[in-house]
Design a binder for this molecule. Structure first.
Ligand SMILES: Nc1ncnc2c1ncn2[C@@H]1O[C@H](COP(=O)(O)OP(=O)(O)OP(=O)(O)O)[C@@H](O)[C@H]1O
Length: 264
């Protein structure tokens, strides 16, 4: 991470997230005040149903905030035109791909859509960005395959390549390592870490891989019943943020190893 006056890429002010169900308000989390800086890898963790996807959806304008503001690169999120937003923010959701009948090369090239003309013609710069994205994710061997032929892990890498091709300062991923084996979980998270460091992109991802996130992230957001905690993993371990995440009847967080252990 660049520590010399890094720029704030995303900021929230008194943000509340949740849903209007019939005439009732379901507030999932409130008073969220965050500042994410350039070049940071930030992991978002918390128990099932606590609100991780709701937060990511609100930060990416997929759903409106209940209260408060989100600023992306100093501008209010709700004032961006769709094409401007696509140049600032890319989102990786495995379930989101509409057609798996296209080739890997075509899917990665879709990342350039915000920049191409109305017939989708790619300039030399677009072709180069797609080539580079394929190279850094090591998917050269897959480019002619159709997306339905890919394993979950391969598809995950391809979707990350599309986000890299989109070349936005901010990338958000919802559970990018679900379905992956332990080796490929580490592979994807190390890829995100390298990407944040080398390209100074800010990367926010939700995960249930708390151990890996503690080892790799610059900062983490820990959502729990009482609100959320935000900081460097070491500080969060020290203030016992991970110990209060789950009931302690079955598992205990061991702050020395940074892992959960099953109670005997
Ligand atoms: N479309 C929706 N309408 C109403 N309530 C919803 C909707 N989607 C989610 N919720 C509720 O909001 C809360 C947070 O859900 P969310 O999906 O954000 O949790 P999560 O932390 O991502 O969970 P998981 O780890 O299981 O994916 C839950 O209580 C859920 O039931």
């Amino acid at each position: 991470m660049n520590t010399e006056n890094p720029n704030i890429v995303l900021k929230t002010e008194d943000l509340s997230i949740g849903y209007h169900i019939k005439k009732k308000l379901n507030v999932v989390a409130a008073d969220i005040n965050l500042k994410l800086y350039e070049g940071e890898l930030v992991g978002l963790v918390g128990a099932n149903g606590i609100g991780k996807s709701t937060l990511l959806r609100t930060l990416s304008r997929v759903q409106p905030a209940l209260h408060g503001s989100v600023y992306l690169s100093d501008k209010k999120l709700n004032t961006y035109k769709p094409v401007e937003l696509a140049a600032q923010l890319s989102i990786v959701l495995t379930e989101q791909i509409a057609s798996k009948n296209i080739t890997v090369q075509e899917l990665v090239a879709l990342g350039r859509q915000p920049y191409t003309n109305w017939v989708g013609k790619m300039a030399e710069e677009d072709v180069e960005k797609v080539r580079k994205a394929i190279e850094v994710t090591h998917i050269e061997g897959l480019i002619s395959r159709r997306c339905f032929e890919l394993s979950d892990g391969q598809l995950q890498k391809v979707l990350i390549a599309r986000a890299i091709a989109q070349d936005t300062p901010f990338i958000m991923l919802d559970e990018p390592t679900t379905h992956l084996d332990v080796y490929h979980k580490a592979y994807i998270l190390k890829l995100l870490k390298r990407l944040a460091f080398e390209t100074k992109k800010t990367i926010l991802f939700s995960t249930h891989e708390i151990d890996f996130a503690i080892q790799l992230c610059d900062k983490m957001i820990v959502m729990n019943e009482d609100g959320f905690e935000f900081g460097r993993p070491k500080e969060l371990v020290q203030c016992r943020a991970f110990s209060s995440l789950f009931p302690e009847d079955l598992i205990l967080f061991d702050s020395k190893s940074g892992r959960y252990k099953v109670r005997n």
